[in-house]
Design a protein around this ligand. Structure first.
Ligand code: F6P
Length: 346
């Protein structure tokens, strides 16, 4: 047990933390809420009497010794900001044994005995490769794709859905005026989670995801035909970026098969930016706190995750072996709303 005065001047007696200095970094594609997670890691570390250092530019920074000192003040007022104050990068060098050796040398030089990596599966694999070298590691899922198998929710997803929706609502105004068919491509990497959520929320006529091979007549033309028979004169088609050919191919096919005037919008990286939603700030803060708590308790090789509304954690190897399909309720609702199943497993 140790007694100390914490960062808000309170005298505390707590368990002696199992680690002394954490390096926190963000890796892979950025996501709104990553800053809130960084802040939570730093503040929780201070609370537990642990030092915290920010590693800039993900694994690239780790192997090049690119760091910044973090304290209570340096993470003030970052929760509401999009992007990541620690920058993010993808490092090819880290995949090599020599790169990992350099990363371990940085940990030694900076006196780091723990790492918290915020990102996706690639980030967790990297942590795992360092875990057997005397460094405690914890992963936090951060990606707008919501495609991390062990977690029902990933930091950034809610904000990305809202950002896409805002644009789609605007598109709908102009598509309605001109009685057009809007084909909107949303991100999601190889998964359709983002597309299904956005489609449900915007009331799309059609949603296409990589989880289901597209039967063009049945999945696209038939719902448009039914909507037209019901009196609709404009149509919203949501296409996940992982669908072969993407939005341009789908729009071309719709144009060839119908008399509809189609327009394509690829939302792209716009979905990755912006101030995080309340949900993303809160989930990020809960996860950041949990990551430090696990380290303080002497745990390692864990991914912090969500199971419904609960914060849980899994062994990294087990987490990486898990698989995740589209949410069952989302699929059922999509089928009821559009008349078409959005997954082959239906
Ligand atoms: O994983 C997040 C994501 O935005 C995916 O949705 C997308 O496929 C990819 O990253 C884009 O990566 P980049 O920023 O390297 O273009």
């Amino acid at each position: 047990m140790i007694a100390y005065t914490n960062n808000i001047g309170k005298d505390l007696i707590i368990m002696k933390p199992a680690v002394h200095r954490i390096g926190v970094f963000t890796s892979g594609g950025d996501a709104p809420g990553m800053n809130a997670a960084i802040r939570a890691v730093v503040r929780a570390a201070l609370y537990y009497g642990i030092d915290c250092i920010g590693i800039r530019r993900g694994y690239h920074g780790l192997l090049n010794g690119d760091f910044t000192r973090l304290n209570f003040e340096s993470v003030s007022d970052i929760s509401r900001r999009g992007g990541t104050m620690l920058y993010s990068a993808r490092s090819m060098e880290f995949i090599e044994e020599s790169g990992r050796k350099k990363a371990l040398a940085t940990c030694k030089l900076l006196g780091l005995d723990a790492l918290v990596g915020i990102g996706g599966d690639g980030t967790f694999k990297g942590l795992l490769s360092l875990a057997n070298s005397g460094i405690s590691v914890i992963g936090i899922p951060g990606t707008i794709d919501n495609d991390i198998a062990c977690s029902s929710y990933t930091i950034g997803y809610d904000t990305a859905c809202n950002t896409a929706l805002e644009s789609i609502d605007r598109l709908r105004d102009t598509m309605k005026s001109h009685e057009r068919c809007s084909v909107v491509e949303v991100m999601g990497h190889r998964a359709g989670h983002l597309a299904v959520s956005v489609a449900i929320a915007c009331g799309a006529t059609v949603v296409l995801v990589p989880e289901k091979e597209v039967d063009f007549d049945n999945d696209v033309i038939e719902p448009i035909r039914q909507a037209r028979l019901g009196g609709r004169t404009h149509f919203m088609v949501i296409v996940a970026e992982g669908v072969p050919g993407g939005a341009y191919r789908v729009a071309e096919q719709i144009k060839n098969a119908t008399a509809l005037d189609t327009r394509v919008t690829v939302l792209g990286h716009v979905q990755r930016g912006g101030s995080p939603s309340a949900r993303d700030r809160m989930v990020a803060t809960y996860m950041g706190y949990e990551a430090v708590k696990l380290l303080a308790e002497g745990k390692t090789c864990r991914v912090v995750a969500m199971d419904g509304e609960e914060i849980v954690d899994y062994d990294i190897t087990e987490a990486l072996a898990m698989t995740k399909g589209l949410d069952a309720r989302g699929q059922a609702v999509t089928q009821a709303m559009t008349g078409v199943a959005c997954s082959d497993s239906n």
